[in-house]
Design a protein around this ligand. Structure first.
Ligand SMILES: *[C@@H]1O[C@H](CO)[C@@H](O)[C@H](O)[C@H]1NC(C)=O
Ligand SMILES: *[C@@H]1O[C@H](CO)[C@@H](O)[C@H](O)[C@H]1NC(C)=O
Length: 569
């Protein structure tokens, strides 16, 4: 028997122009042949097991294959318990139970309840799992252990009382989340399921959701993350009570099933939907360019021991040394001629390109779209010191600066989950709910003056404290780069040979020479310029500034950065 069912990818953030209607086939098959699954209705009889399924494999099809399990995301939640104080901004947190829906009615099992702080709009997610081959991979717990209750905490501003329970699983099975109730009775055993150990990965606690006397609640994530890591992020939470963290596992994508990653054809509409606009400071002198432009306009390759004979670089970078490690044997630099150098330092915004790397994350349940931006030059830093802004002559400047923004897209529904902004040698994740969007779903990304650190809002960010620190100034002005207009897909390892990497990607040495260390010099110059009464206080703070962040992270080649194969920070 065959029938078809249309599933509308429900994605508030995906523009209607790219929202896709996905048609899937429902097939009824007997247990023997390998089973492809999804809206599974399992009818077990004495002689045959009949499973009605959708082939749940593919980007934004709502049902994803993790090898032995098919997973979906809960779409409805019920509030079980709410606190009104504690947690981020002291606004409390809310605890949710994934509701019974079509999916749960059809054999998809809840693995963990969800909780989030009240200082954010609801972004709840909770992964449900279906045992696709009916091999007993997913089983109800045998009991619950009481973890904690708010009953004895009179200082919590709350609606009713909350009780947290840890599912006790059969031997060989693991709990993937906790249950919350608002009554003293143990929850019924069908509220949650455990999963076979072989289908789980180690989890760790991550963001703080809420806390009160004796308890802290955190989000979870797989301990090992990256292109090859197959731990799945579930949306469940853990509780730390009296210093003991609940023993909760993450799911695992077995057989490294990558069927839920976007196809080559799907990548373009995703990029077009979410591609950020990068705003530059109106006084920015050092703008981005394409790497080809840098090579064609006099970029040079230097070799250690032969510094007198730098060589021009082919437009595609094909004469750059390939592979090896970042050993200092070679480096790139601006042209030696001072006019040519000035020109290259300023970049070429009009024809600048960005370079996109697409990679699986969290066992291919998310897609990271990493957008790399190249600047031939990074300008010197400015210190804010009391009422003064002190410009360094050189400190912070270097040749060759790679920065990136990463879009994290949910493979169940194609929604943008969060964006990573690279900032000097670190960076920040910002939830999609806190992003400033324009032109429908395009994030505004602000590049700081000279240092090119990315922020989600314009204004001043100080690296320092008490009004003293390194300035990162961002402004919304006419200078911007629409990355969706100017991108080139340079790498997507999971697609095999479909995306051919340009040769400069495998150049693994630095994109700029080792910057001379000017710290002492600059310090002395500034001291001379300062009024006498400020010299003592300045001396006291100068060496405490995060000057290290100005050093050479920028010019490292992109494939040697840990985020290329790993997670961000
Ligand atoms: C208690 O939890 C149930 C879900 O388990 C929910 O339906 C109900 O509204 C909650 N009661 C209160 C008072 O919040
Ligand atoms: C770059 O290196 C990777 C891994 O070593 C290799 O698969 C790829 O073919 C190389 N690309 C080029 C253009 O040489």
């Amino acid at each position: 028997m065959k029938s078809t069912k249309a599933v509308k990818a429900s994605s508030p953030l995906l523009p209607t122009t790219t929202a896709t209607t996905i048609t899937t086939t429902t097939t009824m098959i007997s247990a023997n042949p390998p089973i492809l699954i999804a809206t599974a209705i399992a009818i077990e009889t004495a002689t045959v097991i009949v499973i009605v399924t959708m082939t749940g494999a593919g980007f934004a099809t709502r049902f994803l294959s993790l090898g032995d399990l098919i997973v979906s995301e809960a779409t409805d939640f019920e509030v079980v318990w709410r606190t009104r104080s504690g947690g981020p901004d002291n606004l409390g947190a809310t605890f949710f139970e994934p509701s019974t829906t079509d999916d749960t009615a059809q054999g998809y099992k809840v693995l963990g309840y969800h909780s989030q702080p009240n200082n954010k709009p609801f972004t709840g997610r909770s992964v449900l799992a279906f045992d696709r081959y009916l091999r007993g991979n997913v089983k109800a717990p045998v009991d619950y252990n009481y973890v904690w209750s708010s009953m004895y905490s009179s200082d919590i501003d709350q609606d009713g009382f909350g009780y947290i329970w840890w599912p006790k699983c059969l031997d060989g099975y693991k709990a993937l989340g906790l249950v919350v109730t608002n009554a003293t009775q143990k929850p019924s055993l069908d509220k949650i399921s455990c999963v076979k150990v072989e289908l789980t990965e180690q989890c760790e606690h991550f963001n703080w959701i809420w806390g009160a006397e004796g308890i802290n609640v955190y989000t979870t994530r797989p301990s090992t993350r990256g292109i090859q890591a197959m731990g799945v992020h579930l949306g469940s939470f853990v509780a730390q009570v009296g210093g003991v963290m609940s023993d909760i596992a993450c799911l695992k994508n077995t057989n490294s099933d990558l069927s839920s990653m976007p196809t080559l054809e799907q990548i373009e509409p995703i990029i077009k939907a979410y591609s950020p606009w990068v705003y530059f400071h109106p006084d920015e002198k050092y703008l981005p360019s394409s790497v080809e432009w840098f090579f064609e306009n006099g970029g040079l390759l230097y070799k250690r021991g032969d510094e007198g004979n730098p060589v021009p670089i082919m437009p595609d970078g094909s004469n750059l040394p390939q592979g090896g490690s970042d050993d200092g044997a070679y480096w790139l630099d601006l042209p030696a001629d001072s006019d040519a150098r000035d020109k290259v330092e300023r970049g070429d915004l009009a024809r600048a390109k960005v370079y996109v790397h697409v990679k699986p994350m969290f066992g291919a349940t998310f897609t990271d779209i990493v957008t790399w931006i190249y600047y031939p030059f990074n300008g010197p830093a400015t210190i804010k010191f009391k009422f003064l802004n002190i410009n360094f002559d050189h400190l912070g400047q270097h040749t060759g600066d790679w920065e990136h923004v990463t879009l994290r897209v949910n493979n169940f529904n194609g929604e943008l989950k969060s964006i990573y902004f690279s900032e000097h040698s670190g960076g920040t994740w910002v939830d999609a709910t806190d992003i400033e969007f324009q032109d429908r779903n395009k994030a505004a990304v602000y590049a700081s003056k000279h240092g090119h650190a990315f922020y989600s809002k314009p204004g001043l960010v100080l690296d320092g404290s008490d009004g003293i620190g390194l300035r990162n100034d961002c402004e919304k002005a006419d200078l911007y780069l629409d990355t969706g207009f100017s991108y080139t897909l340079v790498s997507a390892e999971y697609l095999g040979t479909a995306v051919v990497e340009p040769p400069w990607i495998n150049y693994s040495r630095k994109w700029g020479p080792r910057a001379a260390i000017y710290i002492q010099d600059e310090f002395e110059k500034i001291m001379k310029r300062l009024p006498k009464f400020l010299r003592g206080p300045f001396r006291n703070v100068f060496y405490k500034l995060p000057i290290k962040t100005l050093e050479e992270e920028g010019p490292t080649s992109i494939k040697t950065k840990s985020s290329w194969y790993g997670d961000e920070i």
